[in-house]
Design a protein around this ligand. Structure first.
Ligand code: ZN
Length: 325
């Protein structure tokens, strides 16, 4: 008798740690979420991970564990070197969890595992709920920053030690605005939630009586969310900010798609929930800046299938694929 193989997928973010029991088809059999501890050092975070594992494992034949974590992870050692929003450093996650659970464990960057989930089980066309795997795909996640993952020949591209692909930090303009990484004019500085906040603040300063400024005064400050609210209320200034943001997104996507011949560029992350407002101008610019589009074609720009669940589902899929070897 064969039963579905099960793995636990864990996704460590800056604000929450999500876990799920997932099978090879991506079906979630159980899920739990806990806040990331205030003091997010290795000891506190591993206590949360072990508690989630114990609860998720109870009564289920789980064969392996996958972890996706924000930050720089050494592959295949599974050592978390550094994270932008959590305090853990040089943390041997894989070794520690394998000792504690007796199960095989894989640990990778959260954007890499999200890219794996989209490549294996993502829907090619949003109106069609059937999945067909991509062998060559880019995932670009647009949230506070821009992250992403590259799938080539059906596998996550990690580089020699797993430090991977920082898609958000290709430089679009060396004289551009400062980026969170310390450089200037990165893709992330132009097309992320942080960029939307900056555009919103500039708009509020230019027009103190405009809707963005008024909503910002009500909310205490202007953020990217203020611009999203304003655009949903039909504000033309907010609409123009989205058009600019989407155009920069398309410029970055074209720059990446000109390097990698891919079947699709999948766009995920919180800002994609605004849908066509962002994706429509991004598609126009992705086509405008594509290299030799008549000969090479233009990779479709499609929204992600899994949204916030991509990390834990991808982490579990990675564990299932590696446990089979
Ligand atoms: Zn940067």
């Amino acid at each position: 008798m064969t039963t579905a193989k099960l793995a636990i997928g864990l996704d460590i973010g800056g604000t929450k740690i999500a876990g799920a029991v997932v099978d090879e088809g991506g079906t979630v059999h159980a899920e739990l979420v806990e806040p990331t501890p205030e003091e997010s050092d290795a000891q506190a975070v591993s206590a949360v991970l072990l508690d989630l594992i114990e609860r998720l494992r109870a009564g289920r034949a789980v064969g392996s564990i996958g972890v996706g974590a924000a930050g720089i992870v050494e592959w295949p050692a599974g050592r978390m070197l550094w994270a932008p929003n959590n305090e853990y450093r040089d943390w041997p996650v894989r070794e520690q969890l394998e000792k504690a659970t007796g199960l095989p464990v894989v640990v990778d960057n959260d954007a890499n595992v999200a890219a794996l989930a989209e490549a294996r089980l993502g829907h090619r066309d949003p109106g069609n709920d059937r999945s067909r795997p991509y062998s060559h795909m880019l995932l670009v996640t647009v949230g506070t920053g821009i992250g992403g993952g590259v799938v080539m020949d059906g596998r996550i591209y990690r580089g020699p030690t797993g430090l991977g692909t920082e898609l958000g930090h290709i430089v679009l303009n060396p004289d551009g605005p400062e980026c969170g990484c310390g450089n200037h004019g990165c893709f992330e500085a132009y097309a992320s939630g942080t960029a939307l906040t900056r555009m919103g603040r500039e708009a509020a300063a230019d027009d103190p009586d405009g809707l963005i400024a008024r909503l910002g005064a009500e909310q205490g400050e202007v953020t990217g969310h203020t611009v999203v609210t304003a655009v949903q209320q039909g504000d033309p200034t907010a609409g123009a900010a989205f058009a600019r943001l989407g155009r920069w997104l398309g410029v970055g996507i074209a720059s990446l798609a000109n390097v990698f011949e891919v079947e699709a560029v999948v766009v995920g992350g919180g800002l994609v929930e605004t849908g066509e407002l962002l994706l429509q101008p991004a598609r126009v610019a992705a086509r405008e800046f594509a290299y030799a589009p008549t000969a090479r074609g233009v990779a479709p720009v499609v929204p992600a299938t899994f949204g916030g669940d991509a990390g834990k589902i991808g982490a579990a899929l990675l564990a299932l694929e590696h446990a089979d070897r």
